[in-house]
Design a protein around this ligand. Structure first.
Ligand SMILES: [Mg+2]
Length: 325
């Protein structure tokens, strides 16, 4: 009865359509979004990451390249020290987008995301900086580091040239406006933002070509992201997810040597809401990835990926010793 009452209140407030399959779909992201918006644990986690990174700035300019791409060109010895960061859920908390979907009983689509990104040109900023990010970025600039934002926000496929920036990219315009509003360092310089499709060869979401491009003229010593793709080539991420679950990687023999970079040169931000981890759980072969059929196929596949409870009883604890006499 209480649930029915709450539902009626939400419907009266216009927050939840009375009958809609999508209103159920959107609730999947409820806890993850609330965690990012209300849990002190989230803000303290990101502040912790950026705090460790801030302390690393004193020595980081002396580090070797943070890239593990074997084809990345070697920067000149006098190249300026540089930092590459992803934007969404690394520097910008976009959970208000997810909250809007939940409140309206919708799920993510490319069209909805495009509309939301465009709202950055309005008077109210639709995203806040991730806690700790701004202080770190300003400390890095003050200590002479160059800063680049490599994002999978996208320019149109058509019209790009051999060299970035793309001449007509609405998401770029909106993102730069947002970056200026929230006070990101170097936001006035369009060259610090590297978008998907920004130039020939940068189509697709693999950030490897953009990292290599930057490594040609900069000594890239720190990487920041909320997704393994912010650190590793996509093929390596896919192979990793297909071969070994995460608990078979940490602290075991034969673990990748790059794991030791986390906390020193690679800094990983929490994102429970979405990412390539989720895409890897379930695929849909249909051409319309936003279709209801595709969504339901992925949902069924996700449920099959849950790790079930153990079906054997736990061993009984050892009996307490009998007290003497
Ligand atoms: Mg991200």
């Amino acid at each position: 009865m209480a649930g029915f009452f709450v539902g009626c209140v939400l419907v009266m407030l216009g927050m939840v359509p009375l009958v809609s399959a999508d209103s159920l779909d959107s609730r999947e992201n409820l806890n993850a979004t609330l965690w990012m918006q209300t849990a002190h644990e989230y803000a303290f986690s990101t502040a912790q990451v950026y705090g460790v990174a801030t302390r690393a700035l004193a020595e980081a300019r002396n580090f070797d390249s943070a890239l593990i791409d074997t084809d990345a060109s070697e920067a000149a010895p006098d190249a300026p020290p540089a930092i590459i960061l992803d934007l969404d859920e690394t520097v910008l908390n976009t959970s208000r987008y997810a909250a809007g979907l939940i409140g309206n009983g919708q799920r993510h689509t490319e069209a909805a995301w495009d509309t939301w990104v465009a709202s950055s040109t309005m008077d109210v900023a639709p995203a806040d900086p991730v806690p700790g990010a701004l202080a770190f970025l300003h400390a890095a600039r003050a200590q002479g580091y160059r800063i680049f934002y490599v994002t999978n926000r996208a320019c149109p496929d058509a019209g790009r040239r051999a060299s970035y920036p793309h001449p007509a990219c609405p998401q770029r315009d909106a993102t730069v406006a947002l970056a200026k509003r929230v006070g990101l360092p170097f936001a006035d310089d369009p060259a610090v933002f590297l978008f998907r499709n920004d130039q020939d060869g940068w189509e697709g979401g693999d950030k490897t070509p953009r990292r290599r491009f930057l490594a040609g003229a900069n000594k890239v010593v720190l990487l920041f992201g909320d997704d393994l793709g912010d650190f590793l080539p996509r093929a390596e991420v896919n192979a990793l997810r297909a071969q070994r679950p995460p608990d078979r990687l940490v602290g075991v023999e034969g673990a990748p040597s790059w794991l030791a970079r986390f906390g020193r040169q690679w800094f990983l931000l929490p994102n429970p809401s979405y990412g390539s981890w989720e895409v890897a759980l379930a695929a849909c072969e249909a051409s319309d990835k936003d279709s209801q059929a595709c969504y339901e196929e992925r949902l069924r596949a996700k449920y099959r990926r849950l790790i079930p409870p153990l079906l054997v009883p736990l061993a009984a604890p050892p009996a307490a010793p009998t007290p003497p006499g």
